[in-house]
Design a protein around this ligand. Structure first.
Ligand SMILES: *Cc1c(COP(=O)(O)O)cnc(C)c1O
Length: 409
C-alpha cells in the first residue's frame, strides 16, 4: 500500500493546488461511511456537497450503473437513445410538472452547465417572448450566491476569491441582498428577464430565508413578467426534507428548476434543467448542446437515483432525522457556537469568529472520524447522506461535543 504521505505529495506535485484538502486520503466507501488508505473509518457528513444523498455505492444505483455500462455507455444526442426519453419523463413527473404546463427537461452534466443553460433560456425568452431590447436582458442574482465556476457565473459572485484575476466579466447580472423582497421589487426593470436564486444558500453558509420569501418572490416575478429560476443543485432531491426545497413554500414550481449533484446518484455527473415548454422549447436544434449531456449512462443512473429517492422515502428520512439532528445540535451550549441552523439534512453550525474557525473545527472533526465541509470562514456544513439513521446521528453528536469541548475557552 502506498504511504499516505507519498500519495499526498504526488497530488501536490502534479495536480493544480486549486483546493486545500483536509489531511485524509480516502480509498473506499459504503453507505454513510468511507475508509482511508489505512483502513480507518469516517462518517461522511460532507457527502461531496450533497452529491451523495444516496450514500456511497448505493446497491441499486451501483447495479444500474454497471448494467448500463455493459449495454451502452456514452452516446451523443445526434441520435436517439433508449434512456433519454424515459429519463426526461420520469424527471418531469418527479417535479410534479403537470401536463398542463408541458414540462421539458434539458440534460447537462455539471451544475454550472445547467445554470448557464437557464441563463441562455431566460435571455432567449426575454428577447423572443417578453420583447426586451436586444442585448439588454438582465438577470437579477443574490449577494453571497453560489452557482458554480464558469467565467459568466463567477462574474456575478460577490466572493472576491472566486473572481480575483478572472475578469472581464459578462454584464447583465445586477445583484441584490438575499432574503430581501423589497429590494427585489426595486431591482426589476423593463429589461429584467429572470430572478436566479438558491432556496437556501448552501456554499454561502447555509442561509435559510424567512418563511414566505420564495413565495413572495414568485408573486413579484409573476406580476412583472419575470422568470423565477431556482438553483436546487444542492437543495434538490430530498436534501431539505422534501423532494425540492421550493416545495416548503411554493404551490407552483419555479419557471426553471436547476438540478445537479445528487441527480447522478453519487457515481456520475448528471444535471438538468426542468421548465415549461414556453421557455425551454425556445432552445431549438443547434442553439445549445453538450457532448455528454443526456447520454445513456447518465440517464440510466439518474433514473435509478430518482426511483431510489421515492422508493426509500429518503426525503421523509431527511425530514425526520434532520429535525432530530438539529434539535440535538441546538442543545449543545458552547461559547464557540453562534448559531445552529438547518432544514432537513442541510445543517450549518456557525462559529464565533473570535473563538474558532470552520477549518480548524473540520480538522478536529476529522480526527474524531467525521468528514465535514467548511462553507465560508465560520460555518461548518453538515450534509450527510439522506440514508443516515438516528443512531448514526447520535454517534456524530457525541464526537461533535468532544470537538467543541477541545475548544472551550
Ligand atoms: C455545487 C453547486 C453548483 C455548481 O455545480 P457544479 O457541478 O460544481 O458545476 C451550482 N449551484 C449550486 C447551488 C451548487 O451548490
Amino acid at each position: 500500500m502506498k504511504q499516505e504521505g507519498d500519495l499526498a505529495r504526488l497530488t501536490e506535485t502534479f495536480c493544480v493546488p486549486n483546493y486545500r484538502p483536509l489531511p485524509v486520503i480516502v480509498s473506499r466507501g459504503r453507505g454513510v461511511w468511507v475508509w482511508d488508505v489505512y483502513g480507518k473509518r469516517y462518517l461522511d457528513m460532507s457527502s461531496c456537497y450533497s452529491v451523495l444523498n444516496f450514500g456511497h455505492r448505493h446497491p441499486r444505483i451501483e447495479k444500474a450503473f454497471i448494467r448500463q455500462v455493459k449495454r451502452l455507455g456514452v452516446f451523443s444526442r445526434a441520435f436517439h437513445n433508449d434512456q433519454l426519453g424515459p429519463f426526461s419523463k420520469e424527471l418531469a413527473d418527479l417535479c410534479g410538472q403537470e401536463v398542463a404546463i408541458a414540462p421539458k427537461v434539458l440534460p447537462m452534466n455539471t451544475g454550472v452547465e445547467a445554470v448557464e443553460t437557464t441563463i441562455k433560456a431566460a435571455r432567449r425568452w426575454g428577447y423572443q417572448v417578453k420583447h426586451v431590447e436586444e442585448e439588454k436582458a438582465e438577470i437579477i442574482v443574490c449577494d453571497n450566491n453560489f452557482h458554480g465556476r464558469t467565467t459568466t457565473v463567477i462574474g456575478f459572485s460577490s466572493y472576491e476569491k472566486y473572481r480575483d484575476g478572472f475578469g472581464p466579466f459578462t454584464p447583465g447580472f445586477p445583484s441584490i441582498p438575499f432574503n430581501d423582497i423589497r429590494l427585489l421589487e426595486a431591482a426589476i426593470s423593463p429589461n429584467t428577464v429572470a430572478f436566479l436564486v438558491e432556496p437556501i444558500q448552501g456554499e454561502g453558509g447555509v442561509h435559510i430565508p424567512w418563511r414566505g420569501y420564495l413565495k413572495k418572490a414568485q408573486e413579484i416575478c409573476k406580476r412583472n413578467n419575470v422568470l423565477l429560476i431556482a438553483d436546487e443543485v444542492q437543495t434538490g432531491l430530498g436534501r431539505t426534507g422534501l423532494t425540492f426545497a421550493y416545495q416548503h413554500e411554493l404551490v407552483y414550481p419555479p419557471d426553471l428548476l436547476i438540478l445537479g449533484k445528487a441527480l447522478g446518484g453519487g457515481v456520475y455527473p448528471v444535471s438538468a434543467v426542468v421548465g415549461s415548454r414556453n421557455i425551454l422549447g425556445l432552445l431549438g436544434p443547434g442553439s445549445h448542446g453538450s457532448t455528454f449531456g443526456g447520454n445513456p449512462l447518465a440517464c440510466a443512473v439518474a433514473r435509478e437515483a430518482i426511483r431510489v429517492l421515492v422508493d426509500e422515502k429518503l426525503s421523509e428520512n431527511a425530514w425526520q432525522v434532520g429535525y432530530y439532528f438539529l434539535q440535538r445540535l441546538k442543545e449543545l451550549e458552547n461559547p464557540s457556537i453562534k448559531e445552529v441552523r438547518g432544514r432537513g439534512l442541510m445543517v450549518g453550525i456557525e462559529l464565533r469568529k473570535e473563538v474558532d474557525t470552520a477549518r480548524s473545527f473540520c480538522e478536529r472533526l476529522l480526527n474524531e472520524g467525521i468528514l465535514a465541509n467548511e462553507s465560508r470562514d465560520c460555518v461548518v456544513r453538515l450534509t450527510p447522506p439522506l440514508t443516515i439513521t438516528k443512531k448514526e446521528i447520535d454517534w456524530a453528536v457525541e464526537r461533535i461535543k468532544r470537538v467543541l469541548k477541545d475548544n472551550a475557552v
